[in-house]
Design a protein around this ligand. Structure first.
Ligand code: PRX
Length: 570
């Protein structure tokens, strides 16, 4: 077979000789880049902010370049260090201690980042929530984590069911200064707080972050990350993001998702690089304008966004001067080979696919600048990572055979717990391998090729949605008797959410009813979890033990053979 190959970039990269670096690499080699290697005192907030703020050559460099249609702001490393100190003092005043869970439910803004680092500086665990979450999604996460403090906005507070959250002691509102009469007001508290703070030194294995993510069963689970992850954030910032001192970097992900923290916060700031933050959802012209206006050099985005740009056409692109842009990466869903080819033509740049998960904390399988790209492949494991394809017992499979994409246990940024759920955590590991839930194969040259999910997790526009959560919400609607939810392939969004439902006695099918049910999920759970298609059936296929047979629904939907249905209920 003729394989298209895009040659490695010609600049002089440290990883030019990939094999040699891989063979000689030890994670401990990365330690020398951190202050704690000499002082013995650890806190990721210190490494990402205060260290630069203490460096005369760095302190006045722009750390955060906030760029929103209605607000532009620049914070230097020194500003952000002081602002987060102030916020840490605010938290201390409200009795926050090491290990407490402090959640953020608000859009991206300079205040978000000051608060985020303020949390880490107290040794507490930060829990960022995506701003589109509705009441149930917020409740589930705050209940499970037993968060004691929440930072949110006057607009979003309505979605926080405080009477059902007995452990939530403090709510801080970020709005217009002074408007939060019945709540603690962010701006008032900050005005009275000191810029000096004694950072809480922690252990590398102490917690820093909880990201909730969906599986195929049960409610979302709290993926727990520790300060040690910085080792991998730093290393991949160098190898994969290719960050250099003068870069202007933009990661488009919201910090409610792991890409928005590992690569929207930690990797760029551990490297002391200027980081562009822009909130909201964007139109193709917004993407181009942001790239042009801020002279962005390194851009980390997602296939859905890139596909939108492709369909927006090349004429649109010609209006913009993007000559500063030198490095593009993608994550979250399969990156279509056509998009990679388009990137070469449109930007004259390679688009580097990267593969990882909330649970892995950082990139694992990637296309490095120093490696040739095989469009459609996720690339190769970074140095320090052993990846393979294994069968269900954890035995390695030969090249070109499809199986479970698995990683040898024990890399720096690996999750350390599923919050409150040790059994769930254990279930990820088989025979020394972390089993990802993705199916893939590896070619003879060690390139990995993504094939799909092995479980029922849905990936819509790069956002991970658990069918159980959507089904549970659907059946709360009085008209819905049963519900089964699947991901249906979609050219732009990867997958869309399709729900099959059966109706309760007394309800008739109508377009109004379907729309009402859709809105019910949208306003109760979140917009991205609302089914775009709903189909009514007389009954929903279940196993004899009562489990929804989503696999069967999917086969019906796609017109595929239905496979083994021996466990189907009569
Ligand atoms: O199925 C894979 C898909 O996204 C899942 C992880 O989702 P999440 O935890 O939300 O993290 C997303 C960003 C880190 C994976 O199990 N996925 C992620 N990257 C890729 C991908 N699928 C194909 N190609 C990728 N590069």
């Amino acid at each position: 077979m003729d394989m298209q190959v895009i040659p490695a970039r010609s600049e002089n990269y440290n990883l030019k000789d990939y094999q040699k670096v891989r063979e000689n690499f030890k994670w401990d080699d990365v330690n020398k880049h951190f202050a704690w290697n000499e002082t013995g005192k650890v806190n990721i907030a210190y490494e990402a902010l205060d260290r630069h703020a203490e460096n005369p050559a760095k302190k006045d460099k722009v750390a955060l370049l906030y760029s929103a249609p209605d607000r532009e702001e620049q914070l230097t490393f020194s500003d952000l260090s002081k602002q987060s100190n102030k916020f840490a003092n605010v938290l201390k005043k409200h009795q926050v201690n090491k290990g407490d869970r402090v959640f953020l439910f608000m859009p991206r803004s300079p205040e978000f980042y000051a608060a985020f680092f303020g949390i880490l500086k107290t040794g507490a665990i930060a829990g960022p929530l995506f701003e589109a979450f509705m009441e149930q999604a917020v409740r589930d996460r705050l209940q499970d984590s037993e968060a004691s403090v929440l930072i949110t906005t006057p607009e979003l507070i309505e979605r926080v069911p405080q009477d059902e959250l007995p452990q939530l002691e403090t709510v801080i509102l970020v709005g217009e200064a002074g408007v939060a009469h019945t709540y603690i007001d962010y701006h008032t508290e900050m005005a009275g707080a000191s810029e000096a703070f004694d950072i809480e030194w922690v252990d590398l294995e102490d917690g820093m972050l909880l990201h909730y993510t969906s599986g195929s069963t049960g409610k979302p689970k709290g993926v727990y990350h520790v300060h040690n992850a910085m080792i991998q954030h730093y290393a991949t910032g160098e190898w994969v993001l290719d960050l250099k001192e003068d870069d202007v970097y933009w990661c488009t992900a919201d910090p409610g998702w792991v890409t928005g923290t590992s690569y929207g916060i930690f990797a760029p700031w551990l490297h002391g690089v200027t980081n562009v933050i822009r909130g909201g959802r964007f139109t193709p012209d917004d993407w181009y304008e942001t790239l042009e206006k801020n002279k962005i050099t390194v851009w980390y985005t997602a296939p859905t966004a890139l596909r939108m740009l492709v369909s927006h056409g090349e004429e649109a692109l010609k209006k913009y001067d993007l000559l500063e842009l030198r490095h593009i990466m993608s994550v979250g869903e399969p990156l279509n080979p056509e998009v990679v080819t388009w990137g070469l033509k449109a930007f004259n740049l390679r688009i580097h696919d990267t593969w990882w998960m909330t649970e892995t904390g950082a990139q694992l399988i990637v296309n490095l600048p120093a490696l040739e790209i095989r469009p459609g492949s996720m690339g190769k494991p970074i140095p320090g990572i052993v990846a393979s394809i294994v069968d269900n017992e954890g035995n390695e499979l030969p090249p070109n055979q499809m199986g479970n994409l698995a990683i040898k246990e024990g890399w720096p940024s690996m999750m350390r717990q599923i919050w409150n759920n040790p059994g769930k955590y254990e279930s990820y590991f088989i025979n020394g391998w972390y089993v990802s839930g993705d199916s893939a194969y590896r070619d003879e040259d060690g390139y990995f090729w993504f094939q799909g999910r092995l479980d029922d997790v849905i990936n819509t526009s790069g956002e991970r949605v658990g069918p159980f959560e959507v089904e549970s919400k659907l059946i709360e609607h009085p008209a819905v008797a049963e519900a089964g939810v699947i991901g249906k392939p979609h050219p732009e969004r990867g997958e869309i959410i399709k729900a099959f439902i059966s109706l309760n006695e007394g309800y008739e099918k109508s377009d109004e009813l379907l729309e009402e049910i859709r809105q019910f999920v949208k306003t109760g759970l979140s917009a991205h979890a609302a089914p775009r298609e709903i189909e009514i059936r007389d009954s929903i296929p279940k196993t004899r033990s009562g489990k929804i047979m989503r696999r069967l629904l999917k086969s019906w939907e796609l017109g595929l053979p239905t496979g083994d249905t021996s466990t189907l209920e009569e």
